[in-house]
Design a protein around this ligand. Structure first.
Ligand code: URP
Ligand code: ZN
Ligand code: ZN
Length: 463
């Protein structure tokens, strides 16, 4: 048999195995895995000697082309997915937002239009529900049939996205029935609002007050409440962007009790801290996202949570706003700074560097966190998330020795700063394939806008 491409002699890594071998591709799929005999059957060989061959990474939390905070996130589906693939992410799950007064279907259709003809890699959507009546409960079933099998609910941002507990409970009960998975933004929005109003009345308006008005207890309380509501509903729950040890403890306790509770954290909570606000003037606005940065000691707790499976996924919560003109909307008042930070491009390098290169986890656990468990939890496995015959040929030839200093001068995201400016990482993608096509090779982009496909996902099953 002749193969279209063979990725030869790399160290193939899945969540469970590491071995030197050849991965042969036919069309969009992995057709064979073997030893050196495979490479004789193709005229297109990608030499992966001395490098890892990883399954394409999956980022389950991005906000591309998202209207928020009086502006719109600066990466659209073309620039955002392009930056993603430079970093080794070949699938992302973005959020289609139901604005109040609109149907869930309208949200889905709107985001499908945003992505079509733009995405350079595969994508899917969670649906953000901001208003939940009987119509929306019925629509949840319909969306699941169309492959939108997860829903994000907010316990924060009162008056914008926040749902009350009754609605959250109803949505959870619906997913217990229809196989959906609720992703929860867990912060006590009402209590936070009181603290925020007090800060403003005391003239505390600088960016760092965004962090100082959102205590870890507010995140832990909401995490605990989300878990209790899910337990009562008999549903699984996935806590998004977990930032602190207080919330982590709630997840760990629930998992120890055997509950189907899962959580992700993001590179910003592992690498940055509240000390990042110690910068002149308005610069701290670069770190205004929600939940906020915490004291430094939380970082090691989160790394340990990743290692011990108290946390199951690393996503980015990529939600970029340019410093000039967008973050500057909050020059005089931190509550007007659009919440979000850019991160879609550097997740693999950061987690490989901080995790594997620094001896905090195995390379298999790294793959599990950035690719395999995201695929399993969100209904994409085994099409995505592993290297196996029949899986999509989404592959990353990853050079574990290549060093790189992250900078806005060289990144591919459409945003004028980097949260990780000056951080030196070890480990970079060298070649990236999406459905059998080479889309990044040695720093050159070879993909095409619109070549990514929408992925219909299966319902939840425990990973
Ligand atoms: O600050 C953030 N995280 N912005 C994006 C919206 C969200 O809550 O995930
Ligand atoms: Zn959120
Ligand atoms: Zn988010």
């Amino acid at each position: 048999m002749n193969f279209d491409t063979v990725v030869a002699n790399g160290r193939v890594v899945t969540a469970t195995d590491t071995y030197v071998g050849d991965v042969a591709i036919q069309g969009t799929k992995i057709a064979a895995i073997g030893q050196s005999e495979l490479r004789k059957n193709s005229s297109h060989i990608i030499d992966a000697s001395g490098k890892y061959v990883l399954p394409g990474a999956i980022d389950v939390h991005t906000h591309l082309d998202m209207p928020f905070g009086g502006t719109t996130s600066s990466d659209d589906f073309e620039t955002g997915t392009r930056a993603a693939v430079f970093g080794g992410t070949t699938t992302l799950i973005d959020f289609a937002i139901q604005y109040r007064g609109q149907s869930l279907r309208r949200a889905f259709d709107t985001w499908m239009q945003k992505a079509a003809n733009k995405a350079v890699c595969d994508y899917s959507f969670h649906c953000i529900i901001t208003e939940l009546g009987n119509d929306e409960l019925a629509e949840m079933n319909a969306l699941i049939r169309d492959g939108v099998t997860s829903f994000k609910l907010f316990m924060a941002y009162p008056g914008v996205f926040m749902l009350d507990d009754a609605s959250i409970f109803k949505a959870l009960r619906k997913t217990a029935d229809n196989g959906g998975l609720v992703c929860m933004h867990a912060e006590n929005g009402n209590a936070i609002d009181v603290i925020v109003q007090q800060a403003l009345s005391e003239g505390k308006k600088a960016p760092k007050y965004h962090a100082l008005t959102r205590p870890t207890t507010a995140e832990a309380e909401a995490t605990s409440r989300a878990i209790a509501l899910a337990e009562m509903a008999g549903a699984p729950v996935y806590i998004v962007h977990l930032s602190c040890n207080d919330a982590l403890e709630k997840v760990r306790e629930a998992r120890d009790r055997g509950l189907p509770v899962y959580a992700e954290t993001c590179p910003q909570y592992l690498f940055l801290s509240i000390e990042n606000f110690d910068v002149p003037g308005f610069e701290g606005a670069k770190y205004v996202f929600t939940p906020p940065l915490r004291e430094k000691w939380h970082q090691e707790k989160l790394w340990n949570g990743l290692k011990c499976d108290h946390l199951q996924v690393v996503s980015t919560d990529h939600c970029p706003f340019c410093f000039k003109e967008q973050k500057e909307l909050g020059l005089d008042d931190f509550t007007k700074i659009p919440n979000g930070g850019p991160g879609i491009e550097h997740r693999l390098s950061l987690i490989y560097s901080g995790g594997v290169a620094q001896g905090r986890m195995t390379v298999n656990r790294f793959v599990e966190l950035v690719s395999t468990t995201p695929a399993k939890l969100f209904g994409l496995y085994p099409r995505k998330g592993t290297i196996a015959v029949g899986s999509d040929a989404d592959l990353v030839v990853f050079d574990p020795n290549q060093k790189h200093t992250i900078s806005a001068k060289t990144h591919h995201m459409r945003v004028d700063y980097s949260m990780f400016e000056g951080v030196e990482v070890t480990g970079m993608p060298a070649v990236v394939l999406s459905q059998g096509r080479v889309i990044v090779d040695g720093g050159r982009f070879l993909g095409q806008a619109g070549s990514g496909t929408f992925l219909k996902r299966s319902t939840y099953s425990p990973p």
